[in-house]
Design a protein around this ligand. Structure first.
Ligand code: TXE
Length: 481
């Protein structure tokens, strides 16, 4: 996998250039542990240059474009993403360690975001407001200005799409700080955006360490909106930094999302969702449905079915496109191994085998089903971010709601039941930003507003909602007598 651009450079003001320090960071293939490239170690000076370039873009060609023209650029960008789909997927697979077919899904999602927000760019409208005689009052939706985007390593393409797509559609100029573990597709996206005709400075990409480049971006007073996806601890820091300059923040901080399975559920339909929601991207998914709540009378049946399915999962290097690849880094594997060490032998209900011939330097963790566990156990409370599913029995609807809502998180939830009334009751009572009925995730749907409550964060991304987040509303009251 050799990128068509030089990954050691940063992309600022429409130009590729070295970062100010000239230092680089390694890009490691999680499947083997081998270094496959190097990226720039951007710092405060590079963030400063990127913010200057973004301000110039707003004052120049980018700021003067009509909404329809911004939309056209996003459409062209979506086409280019699909044209380069194979290269992008391979890049993501070797950078993140996700099986190739999952990276291909991410390519399609990125293109869909470009299409969705390209189409929406000229459809975001204000209102006219009936007011006193002698006035005409209307609202304008205006971009914030320079927007800062800090993204994690688990779904770079999807998160770039939902965040940058909406910000560009509404006329902001973006500075993107990708995660140090996975920067390649962010750089590729910047190159494709330039090819699509995006004016210089509208999108700037500066790889670098979170505590350095990321912190510089969050503390820059010229950045008028911050969008962050990552851990609760870093999200808190981002929000504190934003408070210094009274800047709005969108935070998406992951979860411990429950899937509630009632005795009347169609288990044949549910099973693949219950398994996949926990092992997709080796469980490194913010919206992973990783807590399976199951009604007591079908607990043993469902446990046996899940144990059988999880025990048969195939783990392999990401390019072999098996069910589960490695985790992104040795650090992430250490976190997940640490969680698994908290499970007693009687709590590990099933584990997929790790083949003997897996490369030694890869970050592999066996997909695992945990059961016999109290709802307040750390394994049932904390985001593990690895291929681990936890099974918890419940007695009745009341019990299910209590356990479901009994964590600090609230990102996604699902209810599996044939009872229409129960579906509606739980959809209302489950504390989450998205609730799915008899499915999980709706295949990622770019159209569907997404975000959390509690420590899963606040603000909404995706869908039309994101366009409101990336704009500020101005009310104009004209007195004409
Ligand atoms: O996250 P961080 P990490 C969770 C998951 C995982 C844990 C740790 O549970 O095990 O977080 O992952 C940038 N100022 N999620 O350490 O630190 C960093 O460079 C500004 C859930 O990777 O939050 C990267 O770009 N930025 C999650 C981004 O923040 C800073 C996805 C995320 O890194 C910074 C990823 C700072 N001081 C992890 N420090 C989800 N919601 O999907 C770091 N960063």
């Amino acid at each position: 996998m050799t990128p068509w651009f030089d990954p050691k450079l940063i992309f600022v003001g429409g130009q590729w250039r070295p970062c100010a320090s000239g230092e680089t960071l390694p890009v490691t293939d999680p499947s083997t542990g081998a270094e496959i490239a190097r990226i720039a170690k951007g710092g405060a000076a590079d963030i400063d240059a990127a913010v200057c370039a973004a301000e110039e873009a707003l004052a120049g060609e980018w700021g003067a474009l009509s909404a329809a023209e911004r939309g056209r650029i996003l459409f062209r960008l979506g086409h280019l993403v699909l044209e380069h789909g194979d290269a992008l997927a391979e890049m993501e697979t070797t950078d993140v360690g996700k099986p190739l077919k999952q990276a291909k899904n991410d390519v399609v999602a990125l293109a869909r975001y470009c299409e969705f927000y390209g189409g929406a760019a000229d459809k975001l409208m204000g209102q006219t407001i009936p007011f006193s005689e002698g006035f005409t009052v209307y609202t304008l939706r205006e971009p914030h200005g320079v927007t800062g985007h800090i993204i994690p390593w688990n779904y770079p393409m999807q998160i770039i799409g939902r965040s940058i797509g909406a910000a560009l559609a509404t006329g902001n100029a973006c500075v993107l700080k990708p995660a140090e573990e996975a920067c390649l597709t962010a750089l590729a996206f910047a190159d494709l955006a330039a090819q699509a005709g995006l004016p210089a400075g509208a999108l700037n990409v500066v790889p670098g360490l979170g505590a350095v480049a990321g912190a510089a971006l969050t503390s820059d007073a010229r950045v008028r909106h911050l969008s962050f996806t990552g851990s609760v601890a870093t999200g808190r820091r981002v929000q504190i930094a934003a408070a210094e300059h009274i800047v709005p923040v969108t935070l998406e901080l992951g979860g411990k999302s429950p899937q509630v399975v009632f005795a009347d559920a169609d288990l044949d339909k549910a099973l693949p969702f219950l398994v996949n929601a926990g092992i997709q991207n080796a469980g490194q998914t913010c919206s992973a449905g990783s807590r399976i709540l199951v009604q007591r009378e079908i607990h043993d049946d469902l446990a046996a079915r899940m144990a059988d399915a999880i025990g048969k999962l195939r783990v392999a290097p990401a390019m072999e496109d098996a069910d589960v690849g490695p985790l992104v880094s040795a650090r992430q594997k250490g976190i997940v191994d640490g969680f698994l060490a908290q499970a007693g032998a009687d709590q590990v209900l099933a584990q997929a085998p790790l083949p003997d011939d897996l490369p030694e330097g890869g970050n592999y963790v066996a997909p695992t089903l945990i059961g016999n566990i109290a709802p307040d156990h750390p394994l049932a409370q904390e985001e593990i971010f690895g291929p681990v599913q936890v099974l918890i029995p419940f007695e009745d609807e009341e019990d299910a709601v209590r356990i479901s809502n009994g964590t600090k998180y609230g990102l996604v939830a699902s209810v599996w039941s044939a009872d229409g009334g129960r579906q509606m009751r739980l959809a209302k009572r489950l504390q989450a930003g998205q609730v799915f009925v008899n499915n999980y995730g709706a295949a990622g749907g770019v159209e569907l507003p997404f975000g959390g409550v509690g420590q899963s964060g606040h603000g909404r991304e995706k869908g039309f909602e994101a366009l409101y987040a990336f704009t500020t509303l101005k009310t104009v009251a004209a007195h004409h007598g």
